[in-house]
Design a protein around this ligand. Structure first.
Ligand code: NAG
Ligand code: NAG
Ligand code: NAG
Ligand code: NAG
Ligand code: NAG
Ligand code: NAG
Ligand code: NAG
Ligand code: NAG
Ligand code: NAG
Length: 864
């Protein structure tokens, strides 16, 4: 059978080896310990709930174990081989002991980052004589920073960031001397003084991160300026005060300098930055710095980010800044900058964000703004800009946010036809006149419109009803006439106030004549049209399936299993019948198939997969199958037939989150909802943060969240784009009318997918959990209920209407916090959404207690 060879290709040794290991009696402790024994000892001190280390067993050379790598796989017994343990993000916990680990010959790198230990940094790590890289970042360590680590004779990189390490940084670390290249202590609770003797000795550092601590030190230590190899310097948010030391000018290799969120004062030293020829990011924001900004910044040709917001800078922004070839971000808001805005350098410019709000800029907005093709955000509110709004202000194909409120603009609002990605348009508090352009209603993702406090005349265009608006503020203008009915019913009327000429139900001025029925007719026509399109698409899909099932002679197929599953290709094919369909998504149907031995599998059949090449599919599938996490659905294998692909997942009895929410009554308690949210967040964070290249889900929705025992969730359906290819992926997603509400607004027009789109989808799921309502209800006579829209419309009115009333009031506070998090995640503007690791941290306080880990479903044995 052609498939058998493929089936045994890669994963089966795991199981076989586990069986052998189980039948081998435990070795006697007296025997000389091999590296394998030592590593197994170490493993025994860990709790590994997801079985990530299940391949660690005596029957395979340890260099073949997962998460272990050796410089040479054949040199397992050679003392000079160098061994790396990459154990990050595996959900490990337990009482870590490094005693045996450090005796593993050649142990060069150890990462335990992003796990769930709850202990002090083990002192015996200092016995790892050959350890060059130690990464304990975000792994739950607390207590003091042990001076003993200075005894590590080979240490080059030390990352303890994101823990709760407290007390002083021990001066004894100076013994690490010039060998140490990376010292990351960011995001801890370190305090006290940084001893000059320590800083003076660490002359080899490339990266120094002391950010997010609580040093009681008043000034920035000038010794840091002597670390002439520094490329990355992070000192933000650690309570530093006083001036920026002159010595920092010596840091010629600097690429990133972040001094933000301290209490620094005084002027930026003159000559600052002439020497910074490699500087890419400069962040001095949120301090008390003053004076004009040195002109030489215009000579930092590599500069990409210039952030000086929330200080007290005066004078003009350095002219050279605007023409820097690589500059992406200028954030200078909340200062006292003056002068005119220079012309942008048009097509050459790579500017993405320009934020100048709350300064004293004057003059006109340069017409060259429309020539910058990359500009995504332009905000200059609260300045003295005058003249008219350039009609190309959002010609950049990326432009999403325009905020020029509270200036002195005059003239009319131009037709903004090119703003296909404009999300937020804020022109409040100017002297604009004339009508609101009806063409605003054609901008596909426009969500916030604030035109209040101008001199606008005419009516509120009916076309605005086409938009999925979260805010429309046209108050305090001179508008008149009937307000389109759906705008009134959906938005609190205060946003219309101050326009005595406006009329409509609920307004002080009720219109006299009978409501026109014209728009209702139009809306009905549109609904019918979209329904017909849907039917047509379904028909095309069905045809494609039939052709494949009945076309010609039996096709050659291949079944590849990454885990032991008792099924043959024929059985799988036979399982593809309508009775076993349990779901339909953008990519096709999902079948539930019960195997002879009682195991259930879910098979996702990708209808649009077209003419995929087996080899390419196999490579991608292999990569996806390696993603292992307690909150990621196990991909058991895949089935390939004539370019069409079906993915086989382990099926969990409880079904999906969608089944639960859409069930007769969604009665799950708050504690379990938090557990679901946390699990999904952790799974997603694992995809985003623990893989290079990053794995994006791109189709996260309640039906892709499978639930196991005690509601422990597992995410399925990720990375389909990598299997079917971008084109087919896009086509399928576009044809799926049902799950649009999980899609971030920018998704339909963005060039590249981003992790922040997944964050949006997660936010929608969190809203479902908080409200108890499905994300989208089938279209009723009115319009479908899109949960993001539903919540946004009520949020200004009363939160209490939003939270699921079936949950006891005791949980209110937690629900409120979750709601706020969900709103941030579903922010229209991607850069306001938190990353998934931050989401996980925000959810942590909501978990009532640490739940015991649920056991994994037992794997069935493979027949010989
Ligand atoms: C160990 O891995 C190497 C290279 O991947 C492979 O050739 C070898 O067969 C593996 N050994 C065992 C016992 O699995
Ligand atoms: C094994 O170690 C010896 C010295 O102990 C060294 O000469 C040899 O190159 C090493 N072999 C490998 C493959 O690392
Ligand atoms: C860590 O352990 C202490 C007691 O040993 C316990 O009180 C605390 O809740 C634990 N923290 C976490 C995050 O598990
Ligand atoms: C430590 O591990 C984390 C998580 O894997 C990673 O993001 C970080 O870059 C690592 N630190 C160093 C210095 O490599
Ligand atoms: C500084 O480092 C050198 C080696 O680079 C070492 O000899 C010296 O003892 C260190 N100083 C301190 C105070 O540890
Ligand atoms: C404007 O900036 C100043 C600091 O320059 C700050 O104190 C003030 O709060 C800001 N105003 C607004 C509305 O943000
Ligand atoms: C626009 O700027 C004003 C004034 O700075 C601010 O209050 C408002 O929140 C901004 N609007 C948006 C949508 O960012
Ligand atoms: C804009 O303001 C400046 C003074 O700041 C004034 O000289 C100029 O005439 C104004 N331009 C327009 C078009 O109002
Ligand atoms: C609408 O605009 C008016 C006038 O600028 C302002 O007072 C009011 O707060 C705005 N409402 C909202 C919800 O932004």
């Amino acid at each position: 059978m052609g498939s058998a060879a493929a089936a045994t290709s890669f994963p089966l040794f795991l199981l076989v080896s586990t069986l052998i290991a189980a039948s081998t009696p435990p070795s006697s402790a007296a025997a000389a310990q091999t590296p394998q024994d030592l590593l197994l000892d170490f493993k025994a001190s860990l709790q590994d709930p997801s079985g990530a280390l299940s391949s660690w067993s005596r029957s395979a050379p340890y260099c073949n174990w997962s998460h272990v790598s050796c410089t040479s796989a054949t040199a397992a017994a050679n003392a000079t081989v160098s061994v790396s343990l990459a154990l990050q993000g595996l959900g490990l916990s337990g009482e870590l002991s490094a005693a045996s680990l450090c005796r593993v010959p050649g142990l060069a790198a150890l990462s335990l980052a992003s796990n769930a230990f709850n202990q002090t940094v083990p002192l015996d790590l200092s016995r790892c004589a050959s350890l060059a890289s130690l990464n304990l970042s975000s792994a739950g360590f607390w207590g003091p920073l042990p001076e003993q680590l200075a005894a590590l004779p080979a240490l080059v990189s030390l990352d303890l960031s994101g823990n709760s390490i407290e007390g002083q940084v021990p001066t004894g670390l100076a013994a690490l001397g010039s060998r140490l290249e990376v010292l990351n202590l960011g995001g801890n609770r370190l305090s006290g003084v940084l001893h000059p003797a320590l800083l003076r000795n660490l002359t080899g550092l490339h990266l120094l991160d002391l950010s997010g601590n609580q040093f009681t030190e008043s000034e920035l230590p000038p010794e840091i300026g002597e670390m002439s190899s520094l490329r990355w310097l992070f000192l933000q948010g650690s309570g530093f005060a006083g001036a920026i030391p002159e010595s920092f000018l010596g840091l010629e290799q600097l690429q990133v300098l972040d001094l933000s969120m301290n209490s620094l004062t005084g002027a930026v030293p003159p000559r600052f930055s002439v020497r910074f020829q490699k500087l890419m990011t400069l962040d001095l924001s949120q301090n008390g710095l003053s004076g004009p900004f040195p002109e030489e910044i215009g000579k930092c040709l590599m500069l990409q980010r210039f952030e000086v917001h929330d200080n007290a800078f005066t004078g003009e922004l350095p002219a050279g800044l605007w023409s820097l070839p690589d500059l992406r971000v200028i954030r200078a808001q909340n200062n006292r900058f003056t002068g005119r805005l220079p012309e942008f350098s048009g097509g050459q410019s790579r500017l993405e964000q320009v934020q100048l709000d709350n300064n004293s800029f004057s003059g006109v907005i340069p017409g060259s703004i429309g020539l910058v093709r990359t500009l995504y955000r332009f905000s200059a509110s609260l300045n003295g800009l005058n003249g008219s709004l350039p009609d190309n202000v959002c010609d950049s194909p990326a432009m999403s946010i325009v905020n020029i409120s509270r200036n002195a603009l005059s003239g009319t609002i131009p037709e903004l036809r090119n703003c296909k990605r404009l999300v937020s348009l804020c022109l409040a508090g100017n002297g604009l006149t004339g009508p609101i352009p009806a063409s605003l209603g054609d901008l596909p993702v426009l969500t916030y419109i604030d035109l209040s406090s101008n001199g606008l005349t005419g009516g509120v265009p009916a076309e605005l009803q086409n938009l999925k608006l979260a805010l429309l503020n046209v108050s305090y203008n001179r508008l008149s006439g009937r307000v389109p009915p759906s705008l009134i019913s959906e938005l609190p009327a205060v946003f219309l106030q101050g326009n005595p000429g406006l009329c409509g139900p609920g307004l002080p001025n009720d219109c006299d004549d009978a409501p026109s029925t014209k728009h209702r007719g139009l809306a009905l026509a549109a609904t019918v049209a979209s329904f017909l399109t849907g039917v047509a698409l379904l028909a095309v899909g069905a045809l494609a399936v039939c052709r494949r099932l009945h076309g010609g002679e039996p096709s050659p197929w291949k079944l590849v299993l990454f885990h032991p599953v008792k099924i043959t290709g024929e059985e799988l094919l036979a399982g593809f019948h309508d009775r076993s369909i349990i779901g339909r998504g953008a990519f096709g149907k999902v079948y539930l198939i019960e195997l002879q031995d009682g195991q259930n599998i879910a098979v996702k059949r990708l209808v649009n997969s077209g003419k995929l090449k087996f080899r390419a599919v196999k490579n991608e599938m292999k990569a996806l199958a390696k993603v292992r996490h307690k909150n990621i659905a196990k991909m058991l294998g895949f089935f390939y037939s004539e370019g069409e692909v079906s993915i086989i997942y382990d099926y969990l009895q409880t079904g999906s989150l969608q089944d639960l929410i859409c069930g007769p009554k969604f009665t799950v308690g708050w504690k379990d909802r938090v557990r679901i949210a946390m699990g999904v967040a952790q799974g997603l964070a694992h995809l985003h943060h623990d893989h290079t290249p990053q794995v994006l889900h791109r189709d996260l929705k309640a039906s892709n969240v499978l639930l196991g025992d005690e509601f422990e969730p597992r995410i399925a359906g990720f990375g389909i784009d990598r299997v079917v290819g971008e084109m087919a992926y896009q086509t399928s997603m576009a044809s799926d009318l049902n799950y649009k509400c999980y899609m971030a607004p920018e998704q339909s027009c963005a060039k590249n997918p981003t992790h922040l789109m997944d964050v949006y989808s997660f936010g929608v799921i969190l809203l479902e959990l908080v409200t108890g309502k499905p994300a989208e209800q089938p279209a009723s006579h009115d319009d479908s209920v899109d949960i993001v829209r539903w919540v946004r419309r009520r949020i200004n009115v009363a939160d209490s209407e939003i939270l699921d009333p079936s949950i006891s009031r005791a949980a209110r506070q937690g629900m409120q916090a979750a709601l706020e998090l969900a709103l941030r995640c579903t922010s229209v503007m991607p850069d306001q959404r938190p990353a998934m690791d931050e989401v996980v941290r925000s959810l942590q306080p909501l978990c009532f207690s640490v739940h015991p880990q649920t056991p994994l479903p037992t794997e069935i044995a493979l027949e010989p």
